[in-house]
Design a protein around this ligand. Structure first.
Ligand code: ATP
Length: 262
């Protein structure tokens, strides 16, 4: 399934937040990077149908404005940046709730097995019976990832899914999402701050700057020292790994950084 936007623009009030965005999600992993307030979360909300932008958002060629909420949520799973549990439920129940649209009045054994399998794959089985309001930030984030994945979407939109995770978990989660994307032919977009995670796991990177796509393409063509200096105002060294993917070492802030609003 393909999710694409053309000439997408959005404003919350008077100021434009996103302008003339053309983006093509999938199949594969697209990373959306850019400084704070560049518009990454707003873009994901526009793509998921939560916000109504100007321009076109199409799901497999169909304007999503012509789709019902249940048609959208049957295909697109959106993981917000902040996960706030709505009620005091266990981890298992919270993940199961991700299937809300597909649940009848009886939960089938297939769905229960699906939840169990996912908890196992994300190494959450040991906390399946814990209440979500008692979890650490990282555990909570893992549960929200499981809740997004249990819906078995064709399109996966994730807003900084690894921001609260330790170093090892960041690799595990990104690797799992990458592998799931490949094995199920998903179209996945992930907003990320970690350039090396984007370099390692994405097929395509979109760089957002002040609400516009500054550049896009394969990690090796996008993640250049020049782009990083101009967009993030830091000095870096970019080397190419044996895999052909770039690796970014950040050296420090640019000495003569232009002042810009964030
Ligand atoms: N509900 C809202 N009402 C008004 N302005 C908003 C709202 N949500 C976000 N904004 C503004 O839109 C701009 C883009 O915010 P957004 O959260 O999309 O950026 P981001 O790139 O995801 O940032 P970050 O990396 O800090 O998460 C910011 O200037 C922000 O203040």
């Amino acid at each position: 399934m393909i999710l694409e936007a053309s000439q997408l623009s959005f404003r919350y009030d008077s100021d434009p937040i996103l302008s003339d965005i053309d983006i093509h999600i999938g199949p594969g992993v697209s990373a959306i990077i850019g400084p704070n307030a560049a518009g990454k979360s707003t873009l994901l909300k526009c793509l998921s149908g939560i916000l109504q932008p100007e321009g076109r958002v199409r799901l497999n060629g169909k304007d999503i404005r012509q789709l019902s909420v249940s048609e959208i949520t049957a295909s697109i799973s959106y993981l917000p940046q902040e996960f706030t549990p709505q009620a005091v439920l266990t981890v298992f129940e919270t993940v199961l709730l991700g299937r809300l649209n597909q649940l009848g009045w009886r939960v089938t054994s297939e769905v229960l097995e699906l939840v169990e399998r996912l908890l196992e794959e994300l190494q959450l089985t040991s906390i399946a019976g814990r209440y979500v309001n008692e979890l650490s930030g990282g555990q909570m984030q893992m549960v929200s990832i499981a809740q997004a994945l249990v819906r078995q979407p064709a399109v996966l939109l994730m807003d900084e899914p690894t921001s609260n995770l330790d170093l090892r978990r960041q690799f595990d989660v990104c690797g799992f999402i990458r592998q799931l994307t490949d094995s199920r032919g998903l179209s996945t977009a992930i907003a990320l701050h970690d350039l090396n995670m984007a370099a390692r796991f994405a097929d395509t990177i979109y760089v957002l700057e002040n609400g516009r796509v500054r550049c896009q393409g394969e990690p090796v063509s996008v993640l250049t020292e020049e782009m990083i200096t101009e967009v993030y105002r830091v000095e870096s060294r970019v080397t190419i790994e044996p895999s052909g993917r770039p690796h970014v070492a950040v050296l420090g802030p640019c000495s003569q950084a232009p002042t810009r609003e964030t």
